[in-house]
Design a protein around this ligand. Sequence first.
Ligand code: SAH
Length: 244
Amino acid sequence: MRSFNFDVITLFPKAFELINNLGVITRALDKNLIDVNLYDLREYGEGTYRQVDDKPYGGGAGMVLKPEPIYKAYESIRKSPNSKTLLMTPQGKVLKQKDLARWSTLDQIILICGQYEGFDERIRCLADEEISIGDYVLSGGEIPAMSIINGLTRLLPGTLGDPDSLINESHNSSLLEYPQFTRPQVFRNMKVPDVLISGNHKEIELWRAEQMSKRTLKRRKDLIKSQFYLPIDEDDDNNWFWDL
Ligand code: SAH
């Protein structure tokens, strides 16, 4: 089987050593389900000092990544016809589970990580999509890129021990997952719900379905709203939805 290729352009390739030690991802690497190729931006830098950044035109704080090294690194990557290039930026579309699922049918993702104050605007032309991992600003695109590698790898066939784990989990549907318990039955006076030890599979299924709705309604009404276009009033805390 072909492996899924992640090609990452970064000033900090060492940061990616972390993904080699993350359970499921380690297994995927060992089984050659994925390949992570790192392109050290410094090697594509200019002049004796391998310069990769410069001051912004027009003035302002900090340094900006220059276009030439990133274009050079990008052009050195062998591209498959079934590939996408993602630019990490807090100005991008916020990453959702459905994006990971959509990309999992590709066979290559090229990830471009920014640093410092960001990158020259002309770098945007390389990207098929601009992705943010949330409405906050990190110092570099490495953690966002690792989030994508991690989230996408666990969707690839053969990666998870039990592929059924993907079915009910949070953000797969519009609902969050139900509460999970393992042994012991009683821990510091907190007891596992009776239904889960009843052995009655129908009841367990019903309980879990109910918990998924309740939990999502309580924590993330916005998920239900965006999925079903329900006229939910943000301030209305009564439980009408559970009675349906
Ligand atoms: N000044 C820029 C932010 C620079 S942060 C701005 O206001 O848009 C430096 C780099 O970190 C970015 O180029 C990007 O690659 C990465 N980064 C920071 N926060 C991110 C986020 N939430 N999602 C994705 N990438 C992010």
